[in-house]
Design a protein around this ligand. Structure first.
Ligand code: PLP
Length: 375
C-alpha cells in the first residue's frame, strides 16, 4: 500500500507552498502595532481592492475577525445579533460574542441551503419594548460550512441587505467567500456589496497558514470609523501583532496563487461525491455539493462516523465526523486527482471491514475528533 496520506479533515490543513515560504523569508517588515509594517499595508490594500471596500484589517483568525466585527456593530450593551442556528459564529466560537462581548444571540433556523427565510429574519427583529434587547446586527455565512459548503447568492444577500432599512447592520462571515465567488461565477465584491463588514479566512481553501482579514462597509466615513474601532478591539483581544508582514507575505501569495485553483477543488469534490454514491451503505447527495465539501451519512450503526474515521486513518485517509451520523470530506489544493482516486477504494474497504469486523472495532474511536465535529 502506498505510504501517502490523504488529509481530508479540512481545508485548514494545507502546508505553506515553496512560494509562500520564499515570500515570508523575503518580506520587508516593521512593527504593525505602530502601523509601520509595509508588507501588511500592501496586503491590506490589495484585499480592500479585491473585496471592493475602502480598507482591510489583518487579524490572527476568522474567529477573531467575526468577534471584532460583531462587537464593532454591537458596541452598546443590550445589543442583539441575529444568527443562523447552524452558523459558525453560533456553534463554533465559544459563544464569544456573549461571553466576551455581552451581545445576545437571536438564532433563526438555517435552511439546508445555508439561508435563513427572510420573513423569519424580519420576525426576529425586536420592536422597541422595555423587555427586549435591541437588534443591531444580522450575520450571514457564505459559504455555509455546516450546511455542506453551500453558497448564498448575490440576490439573497441583496434581499437581506434590504432588511437594513430597519436600521440594522449586516456582517458576512465569508471564511470561504472565494469558494462561493468561484462556484457562483460572480466577483467576490458583488457578494459582499450589501455588507457592513466581512471576514475572510486566508487559512482555509486559500492555503495560507495564518490569518483572516476583515473589511469595513463601502462608504468612506463608515469605513474609517469601523477600522478605527476594529483596531482597538484587535489590540484588546491580544491580536495586535508586530512584524506581521511575514504572515501577510504568505497570505498575499495565497490570494494570487490559490483562488484560481478553487474551481478544481470543487470539481474534485464532485468526483469524490459521485464515487461515494456508489458505496451502498453511504448516503450522499452529490447534487448538493456546490463547493469543496462533501458530507455523507452512514445509517448503519456498525459504521458510525467515529469508527469509519478511525478505520480510514489505518488506510492513511484522514477525515472528521460532522455529526453522530455524518462525515465530512474537504478538498483543498493539496489534494490531487490521484488522492481522490486513492481515497475512494479506501472508504469502500473501511466500510467492508467494519461490516465484517463485528466487535473487533468496538474499541475504535478517533481520539482527535471524538465529539468534536469538524468545522
Ligand atoms: C473556520 C471558520 C471560521 C473561523 O476561523 P478560524 O480561523 O478557525 O478562527 C469562521 N467561520 C467559518 C464559516 C469558518 O469556516
Amino acid at each position: 500500500m502506498a505510504s501517502k496520506l490523504v488529509d481530508l479533515r479540512s481545508d485548514t490543513v494545507t502546508k505553506p507552498s515553496e512560494a509562500m515560504r520564499a515570500a515570508m523569508a523575503a518580506a520587508d517588515v516593521d512593527d504593525d502595532v505602530l502601523g509601520a509594517d509595509p508588507t501588511a499595508q500592501r496586503f491590506e490594500a490589495e484585499m480592500a481592492s479585491i473585496m471592493g471596500k475602502e480598507a482591510a484589517l489583518f487579524v490572527p483568525s476568522g474567529t477573531m475577525g467575526n468577534l471584532i466585527s460583531v462587537l464593532v456593530h454591537c458596541d452598546v450593551r443590550g445589543s442583539e445579533a441575529i444568527l443562523g442556528d447552524n452558523s459558525h459564529i453560533h456553534v463554533y466560537e465559544n459563544g464569544g460574542i456573549s461571553t466576551i462581548g455581552g451581545v445576545h444571540p437571536r438564532t433563526v433556523k438555517n435552511n439546508p441551503d445555508g439561508t435563513m427565510d427572510i420573513d423569519k429574519i424580519v420576525a426576529a427583529i425586536r420592536h422597541p419594548d422595555l423587555h427586549y434587547p435591541t437588534t443591531r446586527l444580522i450575520c450571514l455565512e457564505n459559504t455555509h460550512g455546516n450546511c455542506g459548503g453551500k453558497c448564498l447568492s448575490v440576490e439573497y444577500t441583496y434581499m437581506v441587505g434590504e432588511i437594513k432599512s430597519h436600521g440594522l447592520k449586516l456582517h458576512i462571515d465569508g471564511a470561504r467567500i472565494f469558494n462561493a465567488s468561484v462556484a457562483l461565477g460572480v466577483p467576490v465584491d458583488r457578494l459582499v456589496k450589501t455588507a457592513d463588514s466581512v471576514s475572510v479566512c486566508l487559512s482555509k481553501g486559500l492555503g495560507a497558514s495564518v490569518g483572516s482579514v476583515i473589511d469595513p462597509p463601502a462608504e468612506i466615513v463608515g469605513s474609517k470609523a469601523f477600522i478605527d474601532k476594529a483596531k482597538i478591539l484587535r489590540k484588546t483581544l491580544g491580536g495586535g501583532m508586530r512584524q506581521v508582514g511575514v504572515l501577510c507575505a504568505a497570505a498575499h501569495v495565497a490570494i494570487r496563487e490559490t483562488v484560481g485553483k478553487l474551481a478544481d477543488d470543487h470539481r474534485k469534490a464532485k468526483v469524490l461525491a459521485e464515487g461515494l454514491k456508489k458505496i451502498e451503505q453511504l448516503t450522499v447527495d452529490s447534487a448538493s455539493v456546490e463547493t469543496n465539501m462533501v458530507f455523507f451519512d452512514t445509517m448503519d450503526p456498525r459504521i458510525s462516523p467515529d469508527k469509519l474515521c478511525a478505520v480510514l486513518e489505518q488506510h492513511n485517509v484522514l477525515a472528521m465526523p460532522a455529526s453522530s451520523k455524518s462525515i465530512r470530506f474537504v478538498i483543498h489544493y493539496q489534494i490531487s486527482d490521484s488522492d481522490v482516486q486513492y481515497a475512494l477504494p479506501c472508504v469502500e474497504k473501511a466500510v467492508e471491514e467494519l461490516l465484517k469486523g463485528g466487535t473487533e472495532f468496538e474499541h475504535l474511536t478517533n481520539g482527535t475528533t471524538k465529539n468534536s465535529y469538524g468545522h
